[in-house]
Design a protein around this ligand. Structure first.
Ligand code: P6P
Length: 349
C-alpha cells in the first residue's frame, strides 16, 4: 500500500516551517477541511437529495441563491465557529461580516473570507464547482473583530485555498511556502496529498474567457483574443478556448495544464464581476505561489487597495508569460499609453 499522507498529517508536518506557530492555523485549516468533506457529501448526492434548485433568496450581489449555496455557507461558518480559531467570517453569501467569537474563540487570531460555493449556476447541470477561502490575521486590537480586519491587501493573506468538487474532490492551498493539492479518498474520508509542490507552467495554450461578451470587452482584451486565435506554429497558436463558467474549475485546469483565465471589465460588469476579497485575492495568492501571475490587466491583484467587502475587479490570471502578453495588449490601450502613442511611442505588438 503506497504511503498516504493525509491533509492533517501534512498540516502538522508543515507547522514546523513556522517556528512561532502554536497550531492555531493548523487547526483552522483542519476545520476548513472538515467542512469541505461535509459539503462534498451533499454536492455528490445533489441529484438525489432535496438540495438542488433555488433557495428562493437573493444575496447582496443580487444573485439568486441555490439551496447548496446556503447549505455550504452554513457548513463552513459552523465548522469555523466550532473550531475556535476564527473570530469573524466574511462570506459572499452574507451582506456583512459575521462575528463568530465565543468562549472558545474569544482570543482567535484569524479571520476568514470565503466564497462557499463558487460557480453555483453549474450545480444543477453537474459541472465542477468550488469553494474559495482566504485567511488573514486579525489586526484590530479592541473589542470584536470588524470590517477592517478583512479589508486587508491580498499580500497580507496568511493562507488561501480552494476546494474543487469535480470528477474528484480536491483541496489545494498555500500558506506562502508553495502550493499543495490533496485529493479526497472517500473510502477513508481523508484528503490525501496527491499534488505536492504544484507549479503552473510558465506558458500554456489554453485561454479561458466568456467570448459571448466580446463586443463589450475593452480593446486590449479583444486584441489579446485575436492574438490567441492567430495561426503561428512557433508559439503554438491558435490556442485552445476552454471556458467552464466556474472560476475554480477553470483555474484548476490552468494550474495543471497552463493557461490564462480572464474576466475583464464589461458593459454588464463595469467594475468587473469577480470579487476581490474572497475570489480574486485568494486565487491570486495561490497562483503566484505556484509561479504564475495575477493582475487586473495593469496592476498586481494582491496589491490592489481593498475598500469594500464585496468589491469587484477585473482579473487576468494564470501562466505568467500569457498574463504578461495580455498585459502588453492592455497597455496599448491604457489611458496613459494612448497619450504617449499620440506622441509617437510605438505600441507593444
Ligand atoms: P459568466 C460563477 O458565477 C462566477 O462567479 C465564476 O465562478 C465564473 O468564472 C464566472 O462567475 C462566470 O461568469 O458571466 O461568464 O457566467
Amino acid at each position: 500500500m503506497k504511503a498516504v499522507k493525509t491533509l492533517g498529517q501534512f498540516i502538522i508536518e508543515k507547522q514546523a516551517d513556522f517556528p512561532y506557530a502554536k497550531g492555531e492555523l493548523s487547526r483552522l485549516l483542519r476545520d476548513i477541511g472538515i467542512a469541505a468533506k461535509i459539503v462534498n457529501r451533499e454536492v455528490n448526492k445533489a441529484g438525489l437529495a432535496d438540495i438542488l434548485g433555488d433557495a428562493g433568496t437573493m444575496n447582496i450581489q443580487g444573485e439568486g441563491q441555490k439551496k447548496l449555496d446556503v447549505y455550504a455557507n452554513e457548513q463552513f461558518i459552523s465548522a469555523l465557529k466550532c473550531g475556535g480559531e476564527c473570530c469573524m467570517v466574511a462570506s459572499e453569501e452574507n451582506d456583512d461580516c459575521i462575528n463568530i467569537e465565543s468562549d472558545i474563540s474569544k482570543d482567535a487570531k484569524y479571520v476568514v473570507a470565503i466564497d462557499p460555493l463558487d460557480g453555483s449556476s453549474n450545480i444543477d447541470v453537474n459541472v465542477g464547482i468550488g469553494t474559495i477561502f482566504s485567511i488573514y490575521r486579525r489586526i484590530s486590537t479592541e473589542g470584536k473583530a470588524d470590517l477592517k480586519d478583512v479589508l486587508q491587501r491580498g499580500t497580507e493573506q496568511v493562507a488561501a485555498g480552494y476546494v474543487i468538487y469535480g470528477s474528484s474532490t480536491m483541496l489545494v492551498y498555500t500558506t506562502g511556502k508553495g502550493v499543495n493539492g490533496f485529493t479526497l479518498d472517500p473510502s477513508i474520508g481523508e484528503f490525501c496529498l496527491s499534488h505536492p509542490d504544484l507549479r503552473i507552467p510558465d506558458d500554456g495554450v489554453i485561454y479561458s474567457i466568456n467570448e459571448g461578451y466580446y463586443s463589450h470587452f475593452p480593446d486590449g482584451v479583444k486584441k489579446y483574443i485575436k492574438y490567441c486565435q492567430v495561426e503561428d506554429t512557433k508559439t503554438q497558436r491558435p490556442y485552445t478556448s476552454r471556458y467552464i463558467g466556474s472560476m475554480v474549475a477553470d483555474l484548476h485546469r490552468n494550474m495543471i495544464k497552463g493557461g490564462i483565465f480572464i474576466y475583464p471589465l464589461t458593459a454588464a460588469a463595469p467594475n468587473g464581476k469577480l470579487r476581490l476579497v474572497y475570489e480574486c485575492n485568494p486565487m491570486a495568492f495561490i497562483i503566484e505561489q505556484a509561479g504564475g501571475k495575477a493582475s487586473n490587466g495593469y496592476n498586481r491583484i494582491l496589491e490592489l487597495e481593498v475598500t469594500e467587502l464585496h468589491q469587484r475587479t477585473a482579473i487576468f490570471i494564470g501562466s505568467k508569460n500569457m498574463v504578461n502578453k495580455a498585459e502588453e495588449m492592455m497597455a496599448c490601450f491604457s489611458p496613459q499609453l494612448i497619450k504617449k502613442n499620440f506622441e509617437g511611442e510605438v505600441c507593444l505588438q
